[in-house]
Design a protein around this ligand. Structure first.
Ligand SMILES: Cc1cc2nc3c(=O)[nH]c(=O)nc-3n(C[C@H](O)[C@H](O)[C@H](O)COP(=O)(O)OP(=O)(O)OC[C@H]3O[C@@H](n4cnc5c(N)ncnc54)[C@H](O)[C@@H]3O)c2cc1C
Length: 490
């Protein structure tokens, strides 16, 4: 009889591990506390508007392709992808913006306009970024379950040792003088959850993900990916249960024996938790926990976010699908997130309008908008503060894009620290898990197999490789590979 594996949560890492483990012949069930699948990538619909609740930037398409290829499928068997052009628009002030187009050649021309000689500097920088990407994604990512520091040591990484000691900011500032260009090149690593000055230079592979591989969009948004992975999982025999919150992990003879949902015990030979790691360890007795409260409180957390999902009764002018509002000081904002844990005075923000590229995501003649302000975890979150920030960003949006908008709002729904905690059992209300700083890379991240309970495993953005959808998918593969290889040796 095949062994039973219970997976907690239905984020991308869980969806991925469910497929790999079912393919191997295990009896796999996925239990999600919320009423829909996808974890932080759930979908939200209101009054004819459709929103992706979390991820919106589809980067590293090769990781998604590899996932489906592992099952003899193609991404295009499930959803259609379009390369966005412009990939995104960055606002630095009124009538002051840069559009990032869909090829390095076009981007080089824009750089050259802003700083003489910068196109050549960019070409050189991007060659290193591409090389780093090949090492990071092709050579390392799938072979790095974070069990030993030796995983990081290969002939190629030894040659790159210097780039683990330097940081992105230093490397960018050495090569570029123009403030805007510097900001453009320091932006991609924000996805890894830390400041560019605190992110190893090796992570410039994110610049290759950006300018080299481009920004893509599934037709109906990120939720297409969730549906695709669930569809694949069902074809492999995975069972999915929503509204099933796991309230305890039960231990007998130093092994996980079952999980409890609605006072009912579900026998499990193996449990994989894709729920936030810190929360998972509260589901069983203290003596089996590997990480203390102090450990979690000392981590560098990727930001939380203040989000708004807004329906406008008109089409907006002068904006793109993805827009970054970098018209205020990024260092000040970052200081508030990482150093002093305060609400930022002049926040940077991001705005996404999917109805520009897919009109079906809003009623005719309308626009859907998703706004995101990155903030520190654990901030005091209440309605007044949310309203205050909405006023700030809507005024800035009106002024920077030259249009009135406030009176065109049909509805707005906010989402912040308290919701992250309540909906996802997220530590401190984090949005993206643990940052990828040097001291939180690879074997220095929380382990994917419990050291105290041999049949308990972990996946997701708090483990290896780190935050973001592609890493979460890889995390699902890493944990499945480890289970499969450990089971062989039993
Ligand atoms: C606002 C936002 C924007 C983002 N933007 C991007 C982007 O543009 N591009 C990108 O690549 N990434 C982005 N990310 C990051 C990306 O979404 C995440 O890194 C990734 O989806 C995390 O996947 P995960 O597998 O760790 O699981 P999660 O998505 O964290 O899912 C964990 C699941 O476990 C469930 N759970 C928790 N406790 C229990 C329990 N006791 N019982 C049952 N279920 C439980 C939760 O409800 C949740 O559904 C964004 C994230 C957010 C929040």
């Amino acid at each position: 009889m095949s062994k039973k594996i219970s997976i907690i949560g239905s984020g991308f890492s869980s969806l991925a591990s469910a497929c790999y483990l079912a393919k191997q012949g295990y009896e796999v069930s996925v239990f999600e506390k919320n009423n829909s699948l996808g974890g932080r990538a759930r979908q939200f619909k209101k009054e004819g508007f459709t929103f992706d609740m979390g991820p919106s930037w589809y980067w590293m398409p090769d990781v998604f392709d590899k996932f489906f290829n592992d099952f003899g499928k193609k991404t295009s068997d499930y959803y259609t992808l379009k390369k966005l052009n412009p990939a995104y628009k960055v606002f630095f002030g009124k009538n002051d913006f840069i559009e990032i187009e869909d090829s390095l050649e076009k981007i080089k021309k824009v750089f050259e306009k802003h700083e003489k000689g910068s196109s050549i500097a960019l070409e050189k920088f991007m060659a290193i970024a591409k090389d780093n990407y090949a090492i990071a994604v092709t050579d390392l990512l799938y072979k790095m379950p974070g069990l030993s520091p030796l995983e990081l040591i290969t002939k190629k990484t030894v040659l790159k040792a210097g780039s683990f000691l330097s940081n992105i900011r230093k490397e960018v500032r050495k090569r570029f003088k123009n403030k805007k260009l510097r900001l453009l090149l320091e932006f991609p690593v924000l996805f890894l959850g830390a400041k560019s000055s605190n992110t190893p230079a090796f992570y410039s592979f994110m610049n290759h993900a950006d300018y080299g591989l481009g920004t893509w969009q599934p037709t109906n948004g990120f939720y297409d990916v969730v549906l695709a992975m669930v569809d694949l999982g069902k074809s492999l025999g995975v069972k999915y249960y929503v509204d099933h919150e796991v309230t305890s992990i039960n231990i007998v003879d130093k092994k996980v024996d079952s999980i409890t949902i609605s006072n009912k015990k579900i026998k499990s030979d193996i449990v994989v938790s894709g729920a936030d790691y810190a929360h998972t360890e509260t589901l069983f007795n203290n003596k089996f926990r590997q990480y203390s409260k102090k450990y979690w409180s000392k981590r560098t957390w990727a930001p939380s976010s203040l989000l708004f999902y807004v329906g406008f009764d008109k089409k907006l002018k002068n904006v793109s699908h993805h827009n970054l509002f970098f018209d205020t000081d990024i260092d000040n904002h970052a200081k508030n997130i990482y150093d002093i844990s305060n609400w930022p005075k002049d926040p940077l923000f991001y705005a996404n309008f999917t109805s520009i590229t897919n009109p079906k995501t809003a009623p005719k003649g309308c626009e859907n908008a998703f706004f995101l302000i990155p903030i520190a975890t654990n901030l005091d979150d209440n309605n007044d503060v949310r309203e205050k920030y909405f006023e700030i960003i809507i005024k800035r949006l009106e002024s920077l894009t030259g249009q009135t908008l406030k009176k065109n709002i049909i509805f707005k729904t906010s989402y912040c620290v308290n919701d992250f905690k309540e909906d996802y059992n997220s530590y401190g209300g984090n949005a993206y898990g643990l940052a990828n700083t040097l001291l939180q890379t690879a074997f220095l991240r929380p382990k994917i197999r419990s050291k105290k309970l041999k049949n308990l495993y972990f996946s997701g953005q708090l483990t290896v490789p780190g935050p973001g959808v592609p890493p979460a998918i890889v995390s699902g593969k890493l944990v499945s590979d480890l289970i499969i290889s450990n089971e062989k040796t039993i």
